[in-house]
Design a protein around this ligand. Structure first.
Ligand code: NOJ
Ligand code: CA
Length: 720
C-alpha cells in the first residue's frame, strides 16, 4: 500500500512538474516562465506585452569545491562525503507556492507619499538529486518588472556555502543599445558610454581611461544599474535590490549571443563571498517598459526591500545644506592644516607646533561664514570637511590608522562652532573620511558617533577614498558591504543620518533604513572640477545610479570657469546655470547641497532664489518627458503643500520641451516662475546666460521651452 502511494505520488508530481511554471503580473503585462531543463537546470524567461525581453536564461550558483562537503545518509547506508560544486543542475521541483500581495505604504521621505507594492509571487522549492540540497527561487512579478532571488533554507546537507560565482543569466533578444560604465570592483565614478552591446569590447579601454588606475574585470564587464534599449523601443533596466550580506553584482557579457551573466565582486581570497544557511541572495531586478518615463517612476527596487526597521523616524529629516567643500575640490583651499608631515599622529602630534600652510578651509571664521549664509537663506545644515587631524598623514599613503574622528585641527574651534550654529538654528553635518580603513573606522565608530551627538551633529557624510584596508578587500565585496551596513545600523542606534560616499551603490535599502538619506556611488559634481563631466551625464544617472536610491550629487554650481577660483585648475563645468537649478528636481534626493560659494550665489541672487525655494520631500512626482542621454523632465508636488516644482535637464543636443500642466489641480490659478536658458546659452561657451519670467498657468496650460546644449530649466509653481 505504501509503495502504491509512493508511485502515485511520483506520477502526480511528474505530471505537475513536467510543464513549465508560468506567472503573470497583476495586469497581465508580464509573463514569467520557469522551467527545468533535462539536466535539471533551472531557467526563466520573461515576456512583456507578448514580446520576449529575456530569453530562456540559466539560474544558479557555483560553489567552491574544497570547502563544500555534503553528507549522504540514506537509511541503512553508510555516510559518504564528497565535494559538490554546483547549485545549478540536477534539480527537481518539489514544491511551489503562489501568492498575491497588494499593499500601499508611506515612505519616511520620497518622491511620492504613497507607494503601492503589488505583485504576484511564485516560490519554487528545488531539490538537488544526489546532494539532496534545497534551494528556493522566489519570483515577484510586478506591473513594472520582475524581481527574483535565491533562498537557501536551513538544512542538514548545506550549512556553509562559499560562492565561486553566481550563475544568473540575462539572455537578451538582440544587440541592444546600452548605457554603461566599466566593471570595476572599487568605483562607479565614470561617465557613461552609450553603445551597442557588440561595441562594448571595443570601447572599454576608452571608457576606463579617465580612471586609469582601475582595471575592469573583463573587456565586456559592466556595472548595474544597467540601462538598455531595444531597437523597437523597449527600455530594460537590470539591477539588484536589498544587497545585504552578499557581494555586489556586476554583469559580464557574452557579446556573441548577447547574454549577460552575473559576476560578483570577489573578497580578499578571491572567492565571491560566503553564506551560512538560512540565507538568501539579493533580488535580481529587471524593470521593463516601452515608455522611458515608467522606468524612472518605478518603485520596484524599494518595494523589494523590507519595511523600515526604525520605529521612531521623527529624527530623520530631509536636509538642504551648504559646506566648506567646493573650495577644497577646486583646489582653492586644503583639507589639511600643514604641509609638514607630522611624524606621529592621532592625538600624539602637537599640531600647534607645526607650521600651517595658510590654506586650511575648515577654520572657525570660514565655517561661521557658511553658518551665516545657511541661516540667512533658510538652509538646514553646514558640512565641514578637513576639520579633523590626519589629512597630511593620509595623502597618498594607505594606512590603517590615520583618522580618529574626534580630534579637531587647532584652528577649528568645535565648541564655538557648535554654539554658534545652535544660536542660528543651523545643524552641523559631520565628515568622516575613513581613508578606506574600514577596520579603523569600526574601532572608533561608537566614540565618533557619541562625539557627534555631544556636539550637535545629527548627520554624517562618510567617505571611502583609496584602497580598502584590510588589503585585498574591494569596495563592493561582501565583507565591505557588511561594513557599510554595520555603520548604517550603528548610526541608526545613535539617531544619525548617513550619506556615504564611495560606498557600494544603493539597492533600495533606504526603505528599511531611512537614515540612509543619500549615497554618492557615482560620478558626482566633484568631477566638474576634475576635468569635467559629459553634458549628458545627468540625463543618464536617473536611469542608472538613481534606480537604487538618492544621490548626494552636490549641484548648484554657478561659476563654471574653475580657473577663476584656482588659477591652476583649468576645468570647466559642463552645464548651464539653469541646468544646475533643474538638478534639484531631476536628481531626486532628500539631501541636497548648494555646493558653490556664497559669493557666487550673491552674484546671481535672482537665480539662487530657486535653490532657496525648492522642496526636498514630495507628495507626488510626474515624469513628463524622458530619454536616457537626451532629456529628463519631471514635475513634483512639495510635501504637504500645493506648490509644484519642475526640472528639465538636457544633454549635448539640447531639447525643445513641451509641457502639459494637466497635473495641476483643476479650477486653480497658479503663477509659474520659469528659470530657463537664455536663447544664446550653451554649456561650453555661454553657461551663465539665463532668463527668469513669470507666467500664469492652470491645468489647461501648455508650454514650449527651448533648452540649450547641456542646459535645462527649473520652474516653481505657486497658487495665486
Ligand atoms: C571624495 C568625496 O566624494 C568628496 O566629496 C570628499 O570631499 C573627498 N572624498 C574627501 O573626503
Ligand atoms: Ca567621490
Amino acid at each position: 500500500m505504501k509503495k502504491i502511494g509512493l508511485i502515485l505520488n511520483v506520477l502526480l508530481l511528474s505530471m505537475v512538474y513536467a510543464y513549465a511554471q508560468e506567472l503573470t503580473s497583476p495586469s497581465g503585462t508580464f509573463r514569467l516562465t520557469f522551467s527545468l531543463t533535462e539536466k535539471g537546470e533551472p531557467t526563466y524567461r520573461l515576456d512583456y506585452k507578448n514580446k520576449s525581453v529575456i530569453k530562456p536564461s540559466a539560474l544558479g550558483l557555483e560553489l567552491t569545491g574544497n570547502m563544500q562537503k555534503v553528507e549522504f545518509a540514506g537509511e541503512g547506508e553508510s555516510t559518504k562525503e564528497r565535494p559538490v560544486h554546483s547549485l545549478y543542475d540536477n534539480f527537481t521541483l518539489i514544491d511551489q507556492k503562489r501568492t498575491t500581495f497588494d499593499e500601499t505604504w508611506h515612505p519616511v521621505w520620497g518622491e511620492t507619499k504613497d507607494i503601492r507594492n503589488y505583485y504576484n509571487e511564485l516560490l519554487l522549492t528545488l531539490q538537488q538529486s544526489g546532494s539532496e540540497r534545497l534551494m528556493r527561487i522566489r519570483f515577484r512579478l510586478f506591473d513594472d518588472g520582475l524581481g527574483f532571488r535565491y533562498e537557501f533554507p536551513e538544512q542538514k546537507n548545506m550549512t556553509y556555502m562559499v560562492i565561486q560565482e553566481e550563475k544568473t543569466q540575462f539572455a537578451l533578444t538582440g544587440d541592444h543599445t546600452a548605457y554603461w560604465i566599466p566593471g570595476d570592483y572599487d568605483t562607479q565614478e565614470y561617465d557613461y558610454t552609450k553603445s551597442r552591446l557588440s561595441e562594448i569590447r571595443g570601447l572599454m579601454q576608452q571608457a576606463i581611461t579617465p580612471n586609469a588606475s582601475q582595471t575592469p574585470f573583463s573587456p565586456t564587464g559592466v556595472q548595474t544599474a544597467l540601462m538598455l534599449k531595444t531597437d523597437d523601443g523597449i527600455y530594460i533596466n537590470i539591477h539588484e535590490a536589498a544587497l545585504i550580506n552578499y557581494a555586489c553584482m556586476h554583469l559580464n557579457l557574452d557579446d556573441k549571443n548577447f547574454v549577460f551573466e552575473s559576476w560578483l565582486t570577489p573578497d580578499a581570497n578571491g572567492t565571491k563571498g560566503s553564506l551560512q544557511t538560512p540565507a538568501q541572495s539579493p533580488w535580481r531586478t529587471i524593470i521593463v517598459s516601452d515608455d522611458a518615463r515608467a522606468i524612472l517612476a518605478s518603485k520596484m527596487t524599494l518595494n523589494l526591500n523590507e519595511p523600515s526597521k526604525i520605529e521612531d523616524t521623527s529624527w530623520i529629516k530631509p536636509t538642504k545644506y551648504v559646506g566648506v567643500w567646493w573650495e577644497m575640490i577646486t583646489g582653492k583651499s586644503e583639507w589639511s592644516y600643514t604641509y609638514d608631515l607630522p611624524s606621529v599622529h592621532l592625538g600624539e602630534t602637537d599640531y600647534t607646533r607645526v607650521k600651517p600652510h595658510g590654506k586650511h578651509g575648515a577654520t572657525t571664521a570660514n565655517v561661521k561664514r557658511y553658518i551665516d549664509f545657511a541661516a540667512d537663506n533658510g538652509f538646514d545644515g553646514v558640512l565641514v570637511e578637513g576639520w579633523n587631524i590626519g589629512w597630511e598623514d593620509w595623502f597618498g599613503n594607505a594606512k590603517d590608522h590615520v583618522f580618529d574622528f574626534v580630534t579637531p585641527y587647532p584652528d577649528f574651534d568645535l565648541k564655538e562652532i557648535r554654539d554658534y550654529a545652535r544660536s542660528k538654528g543651523v545643524n552641523m553635518i559631520m565628515h568622516h573620511e575613513t581613508s578606506g580603513a574600514t577596520r579603523n573606522y569600526e574601532r572608533y565608530m561608537d566614540t565618533a558617533y557619541r562625539f557627534m551627538k555631544a556636539n550637535g551633529y545629527d548627520a554624517v557624510k562618510s567617505g571611502y577614498v583609496g584602497n580598502i584596508i584590510p588589503i585585498g578587500e574591494h569596495h563592493y565585496s561582501q565583507w565591505t558591504n557588511n561594513h557599510y551596513q554595520y555603520a548604517l545600523e550603528k548610526a541608526a542606534e545613535y539617531k544619525i543620518m548617513v550619506n556615504a560616499h564611495e560606498a557600494v551603490r544603493p539597492t533600495g535599502l533606504s526603505r528599511t533604513w531611512p537614515n540612509l538619506i543619500a549615497n554618492e556611488s557615482a560620478r558626482g559634481t566633484e568631477y566638474q572640477a576634475f576635468g569635467g563631466n559629459k553634458a549628458n551625464h545627468v540625463t543618464i544617472l536617473p536611469f542608472t545610479r538613481l534606480i537604487g536610491g538618492p544621490m548626494d550629487f552636490t549641484p548648484g554650481i554657478f561659476e563654471m570657469d574653475i580657473q577663476k577660483i584656482n588659477p591652476n585648475n583649468r576645468s570647466h563645468v559642463n552645464a548651464t546655470l539653469a541646468n544646475q537649478l533643474a538638478l534639484y528636481v531631476t536628481m531626486y534626493s532628500p539631501l541636497q547641497m548648494a555646493a558653490d560659494f556664497p559669493e557666487h550665489y550673491k552674484r546671481f541672487i535672482d537665480a539662487f532664489q530657486f535653490i532657496r525655494d525648492v522642496a526636498l520631500d514630495w507628495d507626488e512626482s510626474v515624469y513628463l518627458e524622458a530619454e536616457p542621454g537626451e532629456y529628463v523632465t519631471v514635475a513634483r508636488k512639495a510635501k504637504g503643500s500645493g506648490q509644484w516644482f519642475i526640472g528639465n535637464v538636457s544633454g549635448e543636443n539640447g531639447y525643445t520641451s513641451h509641457i502639459d500642466f494637466s497635473f495641476l489641480e483643476p479650477g486653480k490659478q497658479y503663477t509659474a516662475t520659469i528659470y530657463a536658458d537664455a536663447p544664446d546659452a550653451h554649456y561650453k561657451t555661454n553657461p551663465q546666460a539665463y532668463t527668469i519670467r513669470k507666467v500664469r498657468v492652470t491645468n489647461k496650460s501648455t508650454l514650449k521651452q527651448k533648452v540649450a546644449p547641456g542646459g535645462g530649466y527649473a520652474i516653481s509653481i505657486v497658487e495665486r
